[in-house]
Structures are given as C-alpha cells and as structure tokens.
Design a protein around this ligand. Structure first.
Ligand code: HEM
Length: 498
C-alpha cells in the first residue's frame, strides 16, 4: 500500500516537473528529453555514436532557426548554429565550459583550459611567439621534416591501401618537438615518439568516455574509478617527458648564458625558451611551464595530422583539384624548397586546405560559458527578435559531413555540399562569419598561422612527389575530443616520376 502511494507521488512529481519545464521552455529543445536526466542518456555509447549525436544536434538546431537547448539534468546548454549568433557568442564569452576542466590534471592553467583572467594575461604574452616574423624562421624545419616524410613513405608507395595517419602524427609530433621544445629527432627515439602518441590517445579516450557517461562528470564519482587511475598514469608519463625536456633546456640556457653562446645556429629559437623567459620574469613554477608545454604539444600535434589526412583524402577523391594543385606547385616551386616568399603564392593549395577544414573540421564542437547576457536572434520566428541567455553554457556546433550547421549553412550557397576550393579564391565572395575551422572570436587558435605554414609545406612536398587516390565518401568518423577517422580512411600513393 505504502509503495503504491510513494509511486503515485513520484509520478505526480514527474508530471508536474515536466509541465513546469514545458511551460517555461522559451527555446526549442532537442528531441527525446527524459525527465530529470534530460538528454544525458543520448550521449552514452562509443565515440562513433557521439559523432552521430553531435550531427543530430546540429541538424535539429539548424531546423529550429539556429538554436536548440540540451539538458544535462538541471544544466542547460544552448547549441548554436547560426553564423551571426556564433559570432556573438564567440566574441562575448571567453570562458571555457566545465567539460574542458576534465583535462586540467594534464593541461592545468595552460592557454587552452585557463580561466579568463589567466588566459587574457598569458595570451598577450604568448602571441609574440606566433608572429609571422618568428614563424618564418621555422620554414627550414618544415621543409626538412616534410622531406623526411616523403622519404619514409617511399616504402609504401604503390601499395593498394595505406593507413597514413600514424606517419602523419609522428611527423607532426616531431615538428612540434623541434619547434616548441627545441628537441631534435636524434634526441628522441621513434619508440619514445610512438609511446607519447599512444599515451596522448589514451587520454583523449578517457576524456571522451567521461563526457559521455554523465555520472562520471562528478569528481567524487570519477576519482573512484579505474579510469582515474589510468588518467593519472598517462598524465604522469606525458608530464615526465615535458619535465625532462624542461630540465635539459634550462641547463643548456644556463651554459649558453655562461659562455655567451647560443645553440640554435641560425634557426629560430624554440618556443620553450620564450616560455622559460616569461616564467623567470613572472615567477612561474616548473609545473606551470609544464602545463603550458603540454598544451602546446597537444594542440599542435593533435590537430595538424588529422587535417593533413582529410586534405589528402579530399584531394585524392577529386583528381581535377589534385591536377590544379600540382600545376601550381610546378609553377611556384618547381623543384625548389618552400620559402617564406613562395609560400604565400600557393593560393590554390591554401584554398584546398580551407575547403577541407570547412567540410571536415577537426574541432566541430566548441563550448563556452557566458558571464553576461547574450542577445541572439529569435530561433523560432523568421523575423528577428532577441532572447537573453543568462549565465548559460553555449555550445557552437559548426558542421558535420552530413549535417547542416555553420560550415554547411545555406549562406555558403547552393553548392554548400560540394568540395570546391575555388570558392576561397576571391575572399569578397565568401559569406561573413561562416568559417570557424580555427574557432572564431578573440579566443581562437593561437597556432593557426603555424598550422597553415606547416601544412602547406608538408602537402607541397607530398603532392609534388606522389599522386594520391582516396575515397573520402566511404570514411566513417568518430568524435574522440576531436573529429577522427573511425573506418575506411586509407589512401594510395603513386610516384609521379615513375
Ligand atoms: C589544423 C590545425 C589546427 C586546428 C584546426 C586548430 C583548431 C583550434 C580550435 C578550433 C581552437 C579553439 C578550441 C576551443 O576553444 O575549444 C584552437 C585553440 C588553440 N590552438 Fe589550435 N588548431 C590547430 C593547430 C594548432 C597548432 C599548430 C597550435 C600550436 C602550435 C595550436 C594551439 C592552440 C592553442 C594553444 C589553443 C588555445 C587558444 C586559446 O585559448 O587562447 N593549434 N585551435
């Protein structure tokens, strides 16, 4: 009898709670919300499933005029897909959402995860390391690494299928170790690089699992799981490498200062030296420097290889695009190396990378918290009026290969679904605020010029030497922190001068 009464009271409460929510719902909400937990159940599954959910959210958001709400229990998230709204949010809210906090044991107060106050200060200081004049000094390193990659791939040329991702990751990690840490290939064995990559992937996996299982969002629960033990171990391994590099670098700097010498013989000094200088000036601890290094290594090498892979796959799937790139390379470079002067003439290659990033952005979801009211366009009516979103969390969903969102928004025109690098050649014809491959607003990617320069150099060397074949329409993707290929991401390479 008592059980029946309790059940009755619970059902009445649920119905009342639901009615209140619906009455107060000002915004369209994602379908399939459950009482109390909201949409949290939709995210449970593997990372292929997570990508499908992200695409569904972005599709529903666009169908609802550019905004849809998602509930995680009492927490409400606004998924924004309208270009104007995304621009508004990105410019007003610099604070990252609590989900980024999952990576704090690894990245600490590094630029990517830092709170706004710390971020403002550090971004200003670190911006100087990413100026064009500084990055120009890395072009020789980009060329040397690209040449090594071309040579390494020779053994696999003419095979029917190559899974090139691991080689691209290794290439990007070496590049980052050289330019960010000042560590040459000879100082780190291939096994150590591979173990760094594996550990890095383990961490991605742990963060994704934690995000998908909403009960693990709480530190109290998560800290009692096996995942936490695995996370601690992985973080210790990566920090161990960073700490060792930092110690060696400080020693080299000390000796250089004592002897009045420098050890980068004409090359640009690595980012770590600037960081050590800032740390000495500001009294930062070694752990703070390690967190910043971890951030730049992660952000630098996690992103580039995936964008390179997707570009090669797009190029391999579109022979006329490949032919035009080849002709541009012949005309601009011939058989010469890339230089800071000729790099800017590779306009069609750059357009191809941007078009790839439009269709396959490695960071398709960016999450922010607002600390002020944000006025957005009315997502339901076609007339424009405004809503106030108060202290809410906002997700920007831009793009997905099959879904309609920022990078697939109708503002791109009727050929929005086509891979068409030509659309980038005349900037005056591009839609406003509709590209966020490097994010947008003040807290966008600090490494975007570095990334573009290194990717253009690598692709110039590769595509001059090899003809690529691929079929990107068969690739399946997963969302494992970033957009990664899950299946069918092979390419084949053929020597051009055979
Ligand atoms: C194709 C290559 C790259 C892409 C597509 C990319 C994309 C992005 C995106 C979308 C964000 C914003 C993420 C968010 O707010 O959640 C970001 C931030 C960041 N990126 Fe990149 N990135 C790339 C390469 C690089 C490289 C090479 C570096 C460093 C060498 C780098 C360093 C960073 C850092 C430190 C941040 C945090 C910036 C801040 O909060 O001020 N990225 N990147």
């Amino acid at each position: 009898m008592f059980i029946a009464v309790y059940l009755f009271i619970i059902i009445v409460c649920i119905v009342y709670f639901e009615k209140c929510l619906r009455r107060n719902a000002k915004f369209p909400e994602l379908s399939r919300r459950l009482p109390f937990i909201g949409h949290a159940h939709l995210f449970v599954g593997d990372s292929v499933h997570l990508w499908k959910i992200a695409q569904r959210i972005s599709r529903e958001s666009l169908q609802n005029g550019g905004l849809v709400t998602i509930s995680f229990g009492p927490k409400k998230v606004y998924a924004v897909t309208d270009p104007e709204d995304i621009n508004t949010v990105a410019n007003l809210s610099m604070e990252k959402s609590y989900i980024y906090g999952f990576s704090r044991p690894w990245l600490g107060d590094g630029l990517f995860t830092a709170d706004v106050l710390t971020w403002r200060n550090n971004r200003r200081l670190l911006n100087q390391a990413f100026k064009h004049t500084i990055l120009d000094g890395f072009v020789d390193v980009f060329n040397n690494q690209a040449r090594s990659l071309v040579d390494e791939l020779a053994a696999e040329a003419d095979l029917e299928k190559i899974y090139i991702l691991n080689k691209l990751s290794l290439h990007s990690l070496r590049l980052v170790f050289k330019t960010i840490l000042g560590v040459s290939d000879q100082e780190v064995t291939p096994e150590k690089f591979n173990s760094y990559l594996e550990t890095n992937n383990i961490l991605h996996n742990i963060f994704t699992k934690r995000f998908q299982k909403f009960w693990l969002h709480s530190d109290i629960v998560f800290n009692r799981t096996k995942l936490k033990i695995e996370q601690d171990y992985a973080v210790a391994v990566l920090h161990g490498v960073n700490a060792m590099v930092l110690k060696n670098r400080k020693e080299i700097r000390r000796l250089n200062l004592e002897n009045g010498t420098q050890d980068y013989s004409g090359e640009q000094k690595p980012f770590i030296d600037l960081l050590i200088e800032i740390a000495e000036e500001k009294g930062l601890s070694d752990m703070e420097v390690i967190h910043e290094l971890a951030t730049f290594i992660a952000a630098g090498h996690d992103t580039v290889p995936y964008t390179l892979l997707y570009t090669l796959m797009c190029v391999g799937s579109h022979p006329p695009v490949q032919q035009r790139i080849y002709e541009e390379l012949q005309q601009v470079l011939g058989s010469d190396d890339v230089t800071k002067q000729n790099l800017s003439s590779l306009v069609y290659l750059e357009a191809t990378i941007k078009e790839t990033m439009r269709l396959y952005p490695i960071a398709p979801v960016v999450s922010r918290v607002t600390d002020c009211d944000v006025k957005l366009k009315n997502p339901i009516s076609s007339t424009y009026f405004c809503y106030f979103l108060i202290n809410c969390e906002i997700l920007q969903y831009h793009q997905g290969p099959v879904s309609l969102c920022l990078h697939h928004h109708p503002v791109w025109g009727s050929d929005v679904e086509h891979f068409k690098p030509e659309r980038w050649l005349d900037p005056t014809t591009l839609p406003e605020n509709a590209f966020a491959g490097f994010s947008t607003g003040k807290r966008n990617c600090i490494g975007k010029t570095f990334a573009m320069m290194s990717m253009k150099t690598t692709l110039a060397h590769l595509l001059r030497q090899y003809r690529v074949t691929a079929d990107i329409t068969r690739m399946e993707a997963k969302l494992d922190i970033i957009l990664k290929p899950a299946f069918n991401h092979w390419i084949s390479l053929e020597w051009r001068d055979k």
